[in-house]
Write a protein that binds this ligand. Structure first.
Ligand code: UD1
Length: 423
């Protein structure tokens, strides 16, 4: 298994491109299952999670061709051969559940393996299943699989009221509703930019959707959807760490393609910490204003709140901030697994339930650490950039699931970082 070796050094300066959003791409890809006609995605990120979704779609009989070194995905579902998503693929990635809505809507039947546990909490799929039921489907859990069956004549529009905000369940319901008969209203829907991107793409395919980006989305079902070409929205979770890099190390970095509206709450917290964020024609220009950053409190919330996917990286910044920062995790339980690793590097962190209190120290010290999940892995790299000496981040396969060319991008800014091949 590969590791990443980081040697803390001086300020970081330069310009880097930000990838297309992994989480958007993982919901745009299953949208191909809704139509017989081709769907082409441009600005796709090159990540192992995207390859896993490719394998899943191919296992259903879809054609998926990666072009332009993986940045373009040409897909076609004109001759699907299966409506069953097998455990072997689903267990690798929870987002596999996103094939449920499209398969059920187009074929009236789907079998999807339950994704199983996950390192950052229980993460059930009950909201996905309830949404399908609200559209008239019968759901049966047997042998570790969800067996979903639409009524004769297909899914029926209905009111889906989510008891809590779920990105994935909103996406599944939105896709399913595009082909359901009549009107569907999604209440307490997620408002993330990835949902808005999905709605834009579905509309290009012929879907009738309004209200995306608000908590009520309305869908008028149509008979069939056509093909489309769509450019994947910028990845705000790829953007965050590159904004934090100059905040932690000093310097000035321009993140090409970055936009404040994708990360308003995060930008506000950076501003309060003493980091300047300026939107330019090229993207976001980020610089640490003067000296050490100030400690700021963070509460993770659904969009437009502070994203849970940037909590670990923000904690890395707070480790060397001036003062005490309280970070509250409200989306997932057990999402502070990076804290003990940061403590190995000299950070002062107390975790009680869903709250972590970080007392800033002047400087961290390099150490061997373990990446426990996708977002934690990049937080440890950021901490290593600011630490004295060498940090080795082990188990970086997590990193490769969600971040494209991290070493190349950070090296281009002047960081001392390299990948060490595993034995
Ligand atoms: C998506 C993102 C993930 C991000 C998360 C929250 C993708 C591929 N992944 O995950 O990176 O961290 O949004 O912004 O887009 N829940 C239930 N029942 C369900 C579904 C969810 O109880 O059926 C709970 C979850 O356990 C969690 C909360 O709802 O506590 C929010 O989860 P959700 O928004 O569904 O996350 P994902 O879509 O899995």
């Amino acid at each position: 298994m590969d590791s990443i070796l980081v040697t803390g050094n001086g300020p970081l300066n330069g310009e880097i491109p930000i990838a297309g959003a992994k989480n958007a791409c993982l919901t745009l890809m299953p949208a191909t299952l809704l139509s017989e006609e081709p769907l082409t995605l441009t600005n796709a990120p090159r990540l192992s999670d995207i390859r896993t979704m490719t394998l899943l779609l191919q296992s259903l009989g879809a054609e998926v061709t990666a072009m332009n070194a993986g940045k373009v995905l040409a897909m076609s579902s004109h001759a699907l051969t299966s409506q069953r998503a097998e455990y072997d693929i689903v267990r690798k990635m929870r987002a596999s559940i996103l094939v449920l809505g499209p398969l059920l809507a187009r074929f009236g039947y789907a079998e999807v393996s339950l994704p199983g546990g996950c390192a950052i909490g229980a993460r059930p799929v009950d909201l996905h299943l309830k949404a399908m039921e609200a559209l008239g489907a019968e759901m049966d859990l047997r042998d570790g699989y969800v067996h979903a069956k639409a009524p004769a004549g297909g899914l029926k529009g209905g009111v889906v009221e989510f008891p809590l905000v779920s990105v994935g369940a909103t996406e599944n319901a939105l896709m399913a509703a595009t082909l359901a008969k009549g009107t569907t209203v999604l209440k307490n829907a997620a408002r993330e930019p990835e949902i808005v991107d999905l709605a834009h793409c579905l509309r290009k395919m012929g879907a009738q959707i309004s209200g995306e980006g608000t908590s009520t989305i309305e869908v008028q079902g149509v008979e069939r959807l056509g093909g489309a070409t769509h450019s994947v929205v910028t990845d705000r979770i790829d953007l965050g760490p590159y904004m934090l890099a100059p905040a932690i190390c000093g310097g000035e970095v321009t993140c090409r393609g970055g936009r404040i509206d994708l990360l308003q709450a995060f930008c506000e917290r950076l501003d309060a910490a003493g980091v300047s964020v300026e939107e330019t024609d090229k993207g976001l220009k980020v610089a640490r204003k003067n000296g050490r950053v100030k400690a700021v409190d963070v509460v993770t919330e659904p969009f437009p709140g502070f994203p849970t996917d940037l909590q670990a990286q923000m904690m890395a910044l707070m480790c060397t901030a001036d003062g005490k920062a309280v970070l509250e995790e409200k989306i997932f339980e057990n999402r502070f697994m990076h804290a003990p690793e940061l403590i190995r590097m000299g950070a002062r962190i107390d975790v009680h339930g869903g709250t972590a209190t970080v007392s800033g120290v002047e400087r961290l010290k390099g150490a061997p650490v373990m990446a426990t999940d996708l977002r934690a892995s990049v937080s440890l790299i950021l901490a290593g950039l600011a630490a004295e000496g060498e940090t080795i981040v082990n188990r970086v396969y997590h990193l490769d699931r969600g971040y494209e060319n991290v070493e190349e991008k950070l090296s281009a800014l002047g960081a001392r970082i390299e990948r060490v091949a595993g034995q």
